[in-house]
Design a protein around this ligand. Structure first.
Ligand SMILES: Nc1nc2c(c(=O)[nH]1)N[C@H]1C(S)=C(S)[C@@H](COP(=O)(O)OP(=O)(O)OC[C@H]3O[C@@H](n4cnc5c(=O)[nH]c(N)nc54)[C@H](O)[C@@H]3O)O[C@H]1N2
Ligand SMILES: Nc1nc2c(c(=O)[nH]1)N[C@H]1C(S)=C(S)[C@@H](COP(=O)(O)OP(=O)(O)OC[C@H]3O[C@@H](n4cnc5c(=O)[nH]c(N)nc54)[C@H](O)[C@@H]3O)O[C@H]1N2
Ligand code: SF4
Ligand SMILES: [Mo]
Length: 717
């Protein structure tokens, strides 16, 4: 058999590394980084190199499955499954109305460049607001904060070329994720090294000495949940030293004096005590950030999952803005995007336009639409709460609610209550095990895709269209196709930005993508015909003079921000090491993290990746192990006000004492105990979504969770 080699990009995670795949006898046998790619330069990670095993594993679902009356799954022809699913959806809409049918797009929904858009178009067409994604249990607070702050039309500074970068609670060299000014997720180690060699100073604020913290100029090992305190002190200090961009603030910023008063309580000493940092470190962070010419401060999932996330994100916007970190008149916008219309970029503030408080309302906790979608943290309750508008059917696109949603027991009750659960999933995931139908997905190498998700994450106008490398498994469906199948059977018009989709003739993926990018400056055909990733240097946009005689100003004190700052300053000082929550005393704060060898719950199935670990260890400082008479490998119970789980302790000197660092999306269904060492535990058993939620996004506290621990006899585990 001959071996053919194909250029494409990896879709195991959202970093979309350019790769070469060797195919023999219709099967991928090897993956390498494409060293000729102008952005990735040959970078890959351990996950992407396992695509051959992902395609070959017997655990992979290759045909569509239906649950029978005994609860077992039986193969069903995919067209028959599409008929049956459509009939059941139609009947639920007729009985309960369109809101009763919901979609949840999980991380693998995002990996298909057409899924989100077609699913959303279908929801619009049937009149169902019940459209949910993992974004609203991820980092929604950043966009919420930005939307009420205002934005600079010329764009903000990028990582590349900056003199300082402050990373607050993210670890992009492992997560490959900072699509908003942090280290670009493409070959991040090399990018960090190159910029630091050029002179960039990197400040990392994280309770763990992460992979990026170890490479930083200075690491501030903050107490979890104290980011707003830290940021308020940084802002106070640089304002006192008059290190902010005074001219920029005078021209473009509102309420600076009032903000100055509100941050007054946050002296270096006060903040240092609360954050468990040295005052000189906060001073260093403030002065280094403010004195640099170009810079970016960015956050990640850490602070977004900890208390007061919108305040944290607001203070990050404030820090960047009062230091004038925006592209000025005449500067080139490094990447205006290749797949979207080129728009003018004036040197002006775009008026704040809060991305909440309008649109459909949720039936629970006073929540409503955010960022144009419904809050996933309320989805379980929307399924469980009887009455008009109750959700009866859920289509889950490459997501795994059973291990990803807050409050695992509640999620189980919700999934069981549904009349219809359809999962498009590669494996018998914890959630798919509860489904009525599991639709076999068309896998990455079997389909066309374009780098639509990451279009504006690059620091150059780069784009990559890949055609399918392998023939398609005819019994599979792409995530977007499920909606086309339903639409064509129900006669539901599907409107995409470039026009209506044919309901009689199955559109090709190219046609769908063309419809989504119809206004792009470069025709999709041209991008496709490159046959590889390419930088489209012709797309050049410069920041132009403002044509608005009366432009808006950045809002330093919108909505609830003044109250939140006051409340933060009033919080009682913590005494000793005791942590009080819900009238109980706890000893540790449990924080979130990512592991290099898996992508949330994906990868835990592959033998090559399991060689790197088969559980999500409870990483703790050796000092803590000693004082609790524990040692690496012992089983512990971790208990919060909401629930408990079992975990395997692992000594890690990079974790701050008093903290437990543990990855999410491990484990199985809650009654599947006893296999913690081989499948891990879901940290969402510890999340209390009734009490600790953010009033705007509904997202509960998923990091900095007060917990206590005790050793467990192995026989009990
Ligand atoms: N406590 C706590 N909870 C969290 C977080 C946390 O840090 N702490 N993080 C949150 C965040 S940021 C996110 S994004 C969510 C993640 O939430 P989800 O996206 O719901 O969870 P994943 O585990 O990524 O689910 C991916 C699913 O896709 C399936 N899959 C794998 N490959 C393919 C494929 O090629 N096609 C299809 N169709 N399916 C495939 C996998 O088997 C898996 O079931 O979890 C959130 N929950
Ligand atoms: N290899 C791999 N890559 C992934 C994923 C994966 O599972 N594996 N998941 C993907 C997903 S869904 C997402 S959303 C992105 C997330 O990307 P990141 O946000 O970069 O995620 P993490 O690597 O978990 O980094 C979060 C950091 O916050 C710290 N932290 C926790 N609580 C606090 C706090 O209160 N304050 C501060 N300052 N820090 C805190 C943690 O120690 C951790 O280092 O990663 C994506 N990439
Ligand atoms: S970082 Fe790894 S998993 Fe993500 S796209 Fe690149 S090779 Fe694939
Ligand atoms: Mo995420």
């Amino acid at each position: 058999m001959t071996i053919s080699t194909h250029k494409t990009f990896c879709r195991f995670c959202h970093a979309y590394c350019a790769i070469e795949v060797d195919v023999e006898d219709g099967k991928p046998i090897q993956v390498r980084g494409d060293t000729s790619d102008p952005v990735y330069g040959g970078y890959t990670c351990i996950k992407g190199r396992q695509l051959p095993e992902q395609f070959a594993t017997p655990k992979r679902i290759r045909e569509t499955l239906k649950r029978d009356s005994s609860g077992a799954f039986q193969p069903i022809d995919v067209q028959q499954a599409m008929d049956e699913i459509t009939d059941r959806v139609r009947s639920i809409i007729e009985t309960y109305g369109p809101r009763a049918v919901a979609t949840y797009v999980g991380s693998y929904g995002y990996q298909n460049s057409a899924a989100l858009h077609v699913a959303k178009a279908w929801h619009k067409a049937i009149g169902s607001d019940s459209y949910y994604t993992s974004v609203t249990i991820d980092q929604p607070h950043r966009k919420i904060a930005q939307s009420q702050f205002g934005a600079w039309e010329g764009g903000t500074h990028a990582f590349t070329g900056a003199d300082v970068c402050m990373l607050i609670g993210n670890n992009p060299v492992v997560s490959q994720y900072t699509p908003f000014g942090g280290i670009p997720p493409f070959s991040p180690y090399a990018r960090l090294r190159d910029e630091m060699k050029r002179g960039m100073k990197v400040i990392v604020v994280d309770p763990r000495a992460t992979e990026v913290a170890k490479r930083a100029t200075r690491h501030l090992q903050i107490r979890p949940g104290e980011d707003p305190t830290f940021l308020a002190a940084v802002i106070r200090h640089l304002l006192k030293q008059r290190l902010h961009d005074i001219a920029f603030c005078e021209a473009h910023v509102a309420d600076l004096d009032a903000l100055t008063e509100l941050v007054e309580p946050f002296t270096l000493d006060y903040a240092a005590k609360r954050c468990e940092l040295d005052p000189s470190d906060i001073q260093f962070a403030a002065e280094t950030f403010a004195r640099a010419k170009r810079g970016v401060a960015v956050t990640g999932t850490g602070p977004n999952m900890s208390p007061r996330p919108i305040l944290t994100e607001h203070l990050v916007c404030t820090l960047n803005t009062i230091c004038g970190r925006v592209n000025r008149l005449g500067e080139r916008v490094p990447n205006p995007g290749v797949l979207q219309p080129v728009r003018k970029r004036e040197a002006k503030v775009l008026e704040a336009n809060p991305a909440y408080g309008k649109g459909p309302r949720s039936r629970v906790r006073g929540l409503g639409e955010i960022l144009g979608e419904m809050p996933t943290a309320a989805l379980n309750d929307e399924i469980l709460l009887e009455g008009e508008g109750q959700i009866k059917a859920l289509i889950c696109l490459g997501g795994n609610p059973m291990v990803a949603f807050p409050d695992q027991d509640k999620t189980l009750a919700a999934m069981k209550k549904l009349d219809l659960l359809v999962c498009v999933d590669l494996y018998h995931s914890a959630t798919a095990k509860l489904a009525d139908y599991i639709v076999a997905p068309t896998l990455s190498l079997e389909r066309d895709d374009v780098t639509l998700l990451t279009d504006t994450w690059y620091d150059v106008p780069y784009c990559h269209y890949t055609q399918a490398v392998l023939p398609r498994n005819e019994q599979s469906r792409e995530e977007w196709e499920l909606y086309w199948e339903m639409a064509s059977r129900m006669g539901t018009p599907l409107e995409l930005p470039g026009g209506a989709v044919s309901l009689t003739e199955r559109p090709t993926k190219f046609e769908i993508l063309k419809c989504l990018t119809h206004a792009a400056p470069i025709p999709l055909e041209t991008i496709r015909d490159q046959g590889r990733g390419h930088i489209f240097e012709d797309i050049q946009v410069k920041v132009s003079e403002s044509t608005n005689p009366n432009p808006a100003k950045f809002q330093l004190l919108p909505a609830d921000i003044p109250n939140e700052l006051e409340a933060l300053a009033m919080e009682p000082a913590r005494e000793g090491s005791g942590i009080v929550d819900h009238n109980q005393t706890y000893t540790h704060l449990l924080i979130s993290r990512r592991l290099k060898h898996v992508f949330n719950s994906s990868g835990q199935q592959l033998e090559s990746l399991r060689a790197k670990g088969t559980t999500n260890p409870a990483y703790m400082n050796p000092q803590d192990l000693e004082s609790f008479h524990l040692s690496s490998g012992m089983m512990i119970e971790i208990e919060s006000a909401a629930g408990a789980l079992l975990g395997v302790v692992e000594a890690a000197s990079d974790v701050k004492p008093g903290v437990i660092s543990m990855a999410h999306a491990w484990g199985d269904l809650p009654d599947n105990g006893g296999s913690v060492r081989s499948q891990g535990s879901s940290t969402n058993r510890l999340v209390d979504d009734n009490r600790t939620f953010n009033p705007i996004t509904g997202m509960p506290r998923m990091s900095a969770i007060p917990v206590r621990i005790r050793a467990v006899e192995e026989a009990l585990a």
